[in-house]
Design a protein around this ligand. Structure first.
Ligand code: GLC
Length: 653
């Protein structure tokens, strides 16, 4: 019955479409629209079906999709078709990414363009350029308070610069990832300005309230995201005499997705950037898209429906474009952003693996992998045709978002354990040499997060200050150990810019009053290219890290077992310092055993204990990274401190 309703609406829409939207060369568009329309209709109706203007809104949705299809450059249309045919393309192990601020990395977009060979030298073939859009000077939340979704920040470049960068990237087969901030706008965005000056249409784009009645109800159950700098979830606007919902900073106004016009505007913007050459669009803060009194207003079912609808519409206009979900939420919630009850990804093809990231930091601090095993074991299986974005550091803080039940199961007390981790990484605990900074301390809940660069958190900065060769050695080993895991675990590894040469915290943000109260700026560096040159000088930390990463990346790309087809088996080997798993390709018979040691002393692994025959019969076994046979002692594999092995005997290099 519903199908028939959707067909009749589609017919009505097709008749009403303007003549230039009915041209013959739109054949692919209409095939995809027909195939996806029932789903699009069902979702759109679920969200907005009770509105009198539902049919007109559906018409304007289809018009936007068709117009953006007409705008889509031919080269991207061709790539859409190729990607539809090779639909597992992004699960291949050949992809290795880097996230960066274009100004921090190379002054601006043109500077970035002049450094593309650097990525190729390292082996990186996917870049995520952090927000590049116009935002107010100062109050920009690192670019996530956007005041114009279609204009590039003048300090960073122009649309022509981006276009030329994107063309160049395509020629070099490097994928481009751009952000679309879907949850909020800056209070300086035109929609917010027009809302302030009283235009009802734009007031309906946001959540506005005349008094505290509803805001107070929301506050009962909504957590605070930036408790120190922006407590509460609402901000008083003097000009409108209204409370505005501002979940993040007081200058970031939350968009109201119960209004279909907001949905259509944001879809239009996503397609606009996809047409500018974004292979992947990172959808910021997706967990927050739907607000409900009496809930945390995170991970609501409607937030998922909005993402499904965005995906289905995008599949009609720009099917080659992938979505990354930035949902830094509880482990059981994260996998839902791939879409539930479906084989293929129905929401985002890629999601930040915040759980794995936080668990790795736990293992580094405790030198113990029991929570890592427990946490990974509790992660629900993800869909086929969806992949994790595995990372160690990014531009944000590290949230200790483990499941409390997992913490208890491995014998820690949650609050005390979290406090230990914060103290450890801020250098307050025992002889910790970590130089992180606290972020987002909430005295009401006792919660806190951690800022700091990878190198500073694992002791490299402290070792350099103390001129301590032993600690320097250990910190480099830890940097490589962590990277060996994001490269091998399954998913897309995303290196954070500067980490490839051991960049330490940058304290200059403290001199800028618009940044000083946000310690995340400590790890958003301006790259010192003289220091990066040291990657060519043997013996320097820059050389050691860069060279090892480069080799790791090259080896990863050769191993089909590292493609992400849910082809991983975890082994509990009874040694609390080791983290061991296998990756395999059943078609070729290739097997890789990944063995990592988080401890400062050598550890032993009895290969006979591994349940998998492919490994206990390894003979002779060798490490695909060094090409050497690892040391054995009394039939046991010796794993040096902070070391990683990628072992096999099934392939020849
Ligand atoms: C995302 C961004 C973060 C920003 C927040 C609000 O979580 O990664 O940097 O502060 O969204 O836009």
């Amino acid at each position: 019955m519903y199908e028939q309703v959707s067909f009749s609406l589609l017919n009505e829409i097709l008749i009403k479409l303007q003549p230039d939207l009915k041209r013959e060369e739109l054949q692919h568009f209409y095939t995809r629209l027909g195939a996806n329309f029932y789903t699009i209709f069902s979702l759109f109706r679920h969200l907005y079906g009770d509105r009198d203007d539902f049919n007109e809104q559906a018409l304007s949705l289809v018009e936007i999709m068709a117009k953006q299809y007409i705008e889509r450059p031919d080269v991207l249309k061709k790539s859409d078709i190729a990607r539809e045919q090779d639909h597992n393309w992004f699960l291949n192990q050949k992809w290795v990414g880097m996230a960066l601020y274009s100004d921090g990395f190379a002054e601006d977009l043109n500077g970035l363009k002049s450094k593309l060979s650097y990525f190729q030298e390292l082996g990186v073939n996917l870049i995520h350029i952090m927000p590049i859009l116009t935002c107010p000077k100062g109050e920009s939340d690192g670019g996530y308070a956007v005041s114009d979704f279609r204009q590039i920040n003048k300090d960073i470049g122009t649309m022509e610069d981006l276009q030329s960068l994107s063309d160049d990237l395509r020629k070099r087969e490097i994928l481009l990832t751009l952000d679309v901030v879907v949850n909020h706008t800056s209070n300086e965005h035109e929609w917010a300005r027009r809302a302030r000056s009283g235009e009802k249409k734009y007031q309906d784009y946001y959540y506005l309230f005349d008094n505290r009645e509803v805001p107070d109800m929301f506050e009962e159950t909504m957590p605070e995201i930036f408790p120190e700098t922006s407590p509460g979830n609402f901000t008083w606007c003097e000009e409108m005499q209204k409370w505005v919902m501002t979940v993040f900073n007081r200058f970031q106004w939350d968009l109201n997705y119960s209004n279909p016009e907001v949905f259509i505007e944001i879809l239009d913007i996503i397609l606009f950037w996809s047409n500018k050459g974004a292979d992947i669009v990172r959808l910021d803060a997706v967990a927050f898209l739907w607000k409900k009194i009496g809930s945390s207003s995170q991970n609501e079912r409607e937030a998922h429906l909005i993402l499904q609808l965005l995906k289905d519409c995008c599949q009609v206009t720009a099917p080659g474009t992938l979505f990354i979900a930035e949902a830094i939420v509880a482990p059981v919630e994260i996998t839902k952003y791939f879409g539930e009850d479906a084989v293929n990804a129905k929401e985002c093809e890629i999601a930040y693996n915040a759980t794995f990231m936080a668990l790795l930091w736990d293992a580094v601090a405790t030198k113990n992998t029991k929570l890592l095993y427990q946490g990974i074991g509790s992660l629900p299986n993800k869909l086929e045709r969806a992949t994790w974005l595995n990372y160690i550091r990014c531009h944000d803080d590290i949230g200790l978002g483990f499941d409390d039940n997992d913490i208890v199961r491995v014998g820690y007390e949650p609050a005390a354990h979290r406090k230990f981790l914060i103290d450890y990484y801020t250098g307050e605990y025992g002889d910790s040499n970590a130089m992180g900074l606290p972020f987002g301390r909430n005295d009401k809940t006792g919660d806190a997060r951690i800022s700091g660069s990878l190198a500073s958190l694992v002791g490299l900065e402290s070792a350099l200050q103390k001129n301590n060769p032993e600690e320097l050695e250990q910190s480099i080993q830890r940097i490589l150990l962590l990277h060996s895991l994001i490269m091998s675990f399954g998913g897309l590894p995303l290196i954070y810019y500067g980490d490839e040469v051991g960049t330490v915290n940058d304290a200059t943000y403290l001199e800028d009053e618009t940044k000083a109260n946000d310690s995340r700026w400590a790890h958003r560096p301006r790259i010192d290219w003289n220091k990066v040159e040291l990657r060519k000088k043997s013996g320097t930390p820059e050389y050691r890290i860069f060279t090892a990463l480069k080799q790791m990346i090259a080896v990863r790309k050769e191993l089909s077992s590292f493609a992400d087809f849910n082809n991983r088996e975890l082994y509990d080997v009874g040694n609390p310092h080791l983290f061991v798993f296998s990756r395999f390709n059943l078609t070729t018979g290739e097997h890789i055993l990944v063995v990592t040691n988080f401890d400062a002393s050598p550890q032993y692994l009895n290969l006979d204990d591994l349940s998998h025959q492919a490994f206990n019969q390894f003979n002779p076994m060798y490490d695909v990274i060094s090409g050497e046979t690892p040391a054995m002692f009394k039939n046991q594999l010796v794993v040096p401190p902070f070391h990683y092995y990628w072992l096999t005997d099934s392939i020849q290099r």
